[in-house]
Design a protein around this ligand. Sequence first.
Ligand code: DC
Length: 226
Amino acid sequence: MAESKAPVITVDGPGGSGKGTVTQMLARKLGWHLLDSGALYRLTALAAERKGVSLDDEPALVELAANLDVSFEPTPPGEPAKVLLGGVDVTADIRTETCGDNASKVAVMQPVRDALLQRQRDFRKPPGLVADGRDMGTVVFPDAPVKIFLTASAEERAQRRYSQLKDAGVDVNIDALLEEIRVRDERDMNRAAAPLKPADDAQVIDSTGLSIEEVLVRVMAAAGQA
Ligand code: DC
């Protein structure tokens, strides 16, 4: 079947840059589909943990990634999409720091990335797609007409994550969070397979010091949707 050429807006960047919230708001505003590609890497890591598969066992991880039984269900505005793995609600389980860190480890493996590639491209359907990730503009949708790279300082991203976790009643140390963010950035940016970097034709937006509404205004303007 010929690949659908529905429009795509790619939004790449490190964790905590505001991508998740902004892509959700943008997709809702436009009435377009949303791809949270990080969730697929998180689900692969979670499936490995639940099945006792080691994070070093590349062939078994590829098998898990290729056969993920996942569905995303819409939720009220402001809430993250409900994520089901094998029919079980894992929305909260995939959002832990450990799952994010394990996702970053499995994401280093090119064969795991290959196993998830077509599944990501299948989200491209009319009327359009907003794609959130690390390599949406560089690898998954290189022909996307609009590419955005959203960033923010590591300190600000640690502060945002700290506030989020605090609101959720989780007790964390901000210095430890900042260190985790630095380690994860380093791994995501320096891996050989689809490293985190802006596409040559991406518009870079720095969200440091901006509210989520201000970021959305800039992203909409960059996307020609202001
Ligand atoms: O965006 P996130 O925090 O949910 O992503 C979790 C990890 O998954 C991230 O540290 C790297 C990996 N990832 C990736 O390699 N490529 C993507 N397109 C999305 C996420």
